[in-house]
Design a protein around this ligand. Structure first.
Ligand SMILES: NC(=O)c1ccc[n+]([C@@H]2O[C@H](COP(=O)([O-])OP(=O)(O)OC[C@H]3O[C@@H](n4cnc5c(N)ncnc54)[C@H](OP(=O)(O)O)[C@@H]3O)[C@@H](O)[C@H]2O)c1
Length: 316
């Protein structure tokens, strides 16, 4: 009989959840079973997870009853929301509540809530150094996640608040990679000045989450922040130059210029970078590299991530 504990994973066909599903399946200790949640059990990505050995079940964070069913009987739950699919902080809050309530209903023994900082604790809405967005947020996709921390803790859940970092994969999949400027030079553009940005290989987030589950009680009731490295724009540009074999420069601009770029979410991202720039010390300190490596000894450095992904980085 299979008596292993089950971890139920939201976002299992995506970056964070997918990393955790694979980490659990590849764990040499085979400590947990994994139950992957998807909205479409017949998709290619869902079928791939079945092939890898996951149990795959239907669930939708917009459908509280589906979560209750999917969470039933599990020991652990990994909970994440999908801001960039809908751009709605209110939806994130509702989705977080549905996952928290499903966790309570199922008697989950360890919840990991993938969250980010509520930047309004540092920059209240009255602080005009950056604009208030959507009426009551500074960095909507951060603030709602941070606000949702209370939903998990107020329900008395055995939760680890899991502060993630900027995925380096954004340089491939989120349009942030090196681009040719008017001068013909390749550049990465971020409003970070000379400050360090905590970043991580997206797949390492799930590996760190597995480390938290494997530590048993240790991180329950705690906040754990993770990153692979804290790097300046210059340091990242020089990594790109090395791996691509052509010069990539760092183009540091003002946050207001970034906010004006006009792509969906540009204002949110401009405020996000400004927050990370202006609170570099606190933000980096909250994402401890030593702890991240303890949780996940295979944690990639930026250069290791670049070497692995160089063929996917487009420069034209
Ligand atoms: N990009 C970054 O640098 C970064 C850094 C830190 C935090 N984050 C946060 O990460 C979150 C997104 O996580 P991710 O990058 O792992 O997402 P992702 O790669 O976009 O994957 C999302 C997966 O979740 C599933 N999904 C979407 N809507 C769903 C719903 N209503 N119910 C259930 N499942 C749903 C989809 O699977 P199916 O289609 O199979 O259902 C999809 O494969 C965002 O909130 C973002 O703010 C991003």
């Amino acid at each position: 009989m299979n008596t292993k504990k089950t971890i139920v994973v939201v976002g299992a066909t995506g970056a964070q959840g997918g990393g955790l599903v694979r980490a659990i399946l590849n764990d040499p200790d085979h400590e947990f079973n994994v139950r992957a949640i998807t909205r479409d059990v017949s998709s290619d990505k869902a079928k791939e997870l079945v092939k890898l050995g996951a149990e795959v079940v239907a669930g939708d964070v917009d459908d509280a009853e589906s979560l209750k069913k999917a969470f039933k009987g599990a020991y652990g739950a990994f909970c994440v929301t999908f801001f960039w699919n809908h751009f709605s902080p209110e939806k994130e809050l509702a989705n977080a509540r549905a996952m928290a309530e499903a966790s309570r209903h199922a008697g989950i023994k360890h919840v990991i809530w993938s969250t980010l900082d509520d930047t309004r604790k540092w920059i209240p809405l009255s602080d005009n150094r950056m604009p208030t967005l959507m009426g009551k947020y500074k960095v909507p996709h951060f603030d709602a996640k941070g606000e949702a921390n209370n939903i998990f803790t107020n329900l008395g859940l055995p939760v680890t608040l899991f502060n993630t970092s900027f995925y380096w994969d954004n340089f491939i999949y989120f349009g942030l990679g090196p681009k040719k400027g008017a001068d013909g030079k390749l550049a990465i553009t971020m409003p970070m000045g000379d400050k360090k940005l905590p970043g991580i290989a997206a797949a390492d987030i799930g590996k760190c989450a597995l480390g938290i589950f494997k530590a048993g009680q240790k991180y329950i009731g705690k906040t754990v922040g993770i990153a692979g490295e804290h790097l300046t724009g210059e340091q990242m540009a020089s990594g790109f130059s090395r791996v691509l074999g052509k010069e990539v420069v760092y183009n540091s601009i003002e946050p207001a210029v970034y906010r004006s770029f006009g792509f969906p979410g540009a204002e949110d991202m401009g405020n996000m970078f400004q927050f990370k720039r202006d609170f570099e010390k606190e933000y980096c300190e909250s994402r401890d590299l030593g702890l991240s490596r303890t949780l996940n000894p295979a944690l990639l450095t930026f250069n290791e991530w670049l070497n692995k992904n160089k063929d996917l980085i487009k420069t034209d």
